[in-house]
Design a binder for this molecule. Structure first.
Ligand SMILES: Nc1ncnc2c1ncn2[C@@H]1O[C@H](COP(=O)(O)OP(=O)(O)OP(=O)(O)O)[C@@H](O)[C@H]1O
Ligand SMILES: [Mg+2]
Length: 275
């Protein structure tokens, strides 16, 4: 069974039914990573939100989204809620808006863990520390005690990754998870995601072809709510068909790093430090 089967998904907003996503169809295998690339306003985030049942109330949705064989379109909130975290989770671009600024980071991750592990109350704190270590925090105890604004942008994004993965969902939606970070931290978070998304399926939204290339096997190119091109990322970079994709590929080449070069990481400058 496919992790996701999306057929003719259409999302329109408001009374005028402005179409944001237009008859989108794709499938995602159990362990596949699909990138979605496209210009601002092309419907990438709306697509991502639809996969986790988090579209706003003014959205009119038609078509079908089968997550592990279960229909999400038209499903009531009480059916969707238990799936979030457990079967599908989402990592957003701006960790400061996704984290609760008034709550310590450890407690926020703990709440996710507790949600689905009611029988293992005693072990929750240990599990939180374990997750903070797995996402590369050098001092999990301190991070767990911190409020979000006491962490760096990279640490906040690591905390979000921990929160998204804490219940081992089979599908992770990443919506521009590194866009708000500087280029060095961006690289570190991509490496982390690359490692932590192993064995899961993911939908990876980005406007950066190089980023999608690092983490995904296949990509959909969206323009004004429609898929204009799709296929293996290497094939598309090699031989883009649509003018928009050609422009993207040409633009990405400008900033390309020669093969084999490695960007410096914080550990190159500080002892054991991590951004
Ligand atoms: N809550 C909403 N109400 C009305 N229109 C919306 C809403 N959310 C999104 N839209 C519209 O849907 C279209 C697609 O938006 P979406 O956020 O998916 O774009 P995107 O591809 O993620 O862009 P970006 O790269 O800037 O994040 C846009 O025209 C946007 O204005
Ligand atoms: Mg978006």
């Amino acid at each position: 069974m496919n992790r996701l089967e999306v057929t003719d998904l259409t999302v329109a907003f408001g009374r005028r039914r402005t179409v944001a996503v237009d008859r989108l169809s794709f499938t995602l295998g159990q362990h596949e990573r699909l990138g979605i690339i496209g210009q601002s306003g092309s419907g990438k985030s709306v697509t991502g939100l639809a996969m986790i049942g988090l579209l706003p109330e003014n959205a009119h949705v038609s078509g079908s989204i089968l997550l592990n064989g279960r229909e999400l379109v038209g499903a009531p909130e009480r059916e969707l809620r238990p799936l979030r975290g457990d079967e599908v989770s989402m990592i957003f671009q701006e960790p400061m808006t996704a984290l609760d600024p008034t709550m310590r980071v450890g407690r926020q991750i703990g709440e996710v863990v507790a949600l689905h592990h009611r029988d293992r109350r005693g072990g929750i704190h240990d599990e939180v520390l374990d997750w903070l270590g797995r996402v590369g925090m050098t001092d999990p105890e301190r991070v767990a005690r911190s409020f979000p604004d006491e962490l760096s942008g990279g640490q906040r994004q690591r905390a979000l990754v921990a929160m998204a993965l804490a219940n081992e969902p089979g599908l992770v939606i990443c919506d521009e998870p590194t866009t708000a970070l500087d280029v060095i931290v961006q690289r570190q978070i991509l490496d982390l995601l690359d490692e932590q998304l192993q064995g899961r399926a993911s939908l990876f939204v980005s406007h950066d072809l190089a980023v999608v290339r690092q983490v995904c096997d296949r990509v959909l190119v969206m323009l004004q709510g429609r898929v204009v091109e799709s296929g293996k990322i290497d094939d598309i970079i090699e031989d883009p068909q649509h003018p928009y994709t050609r422009g993207l590929v040409a633009a990405a080449r400008i900033g390309n790093h020669p093969r084999g070069t490695r960007l410096p990481t914080m550990t190159d400058f500080t002892e054991g430090g991590r951004a």
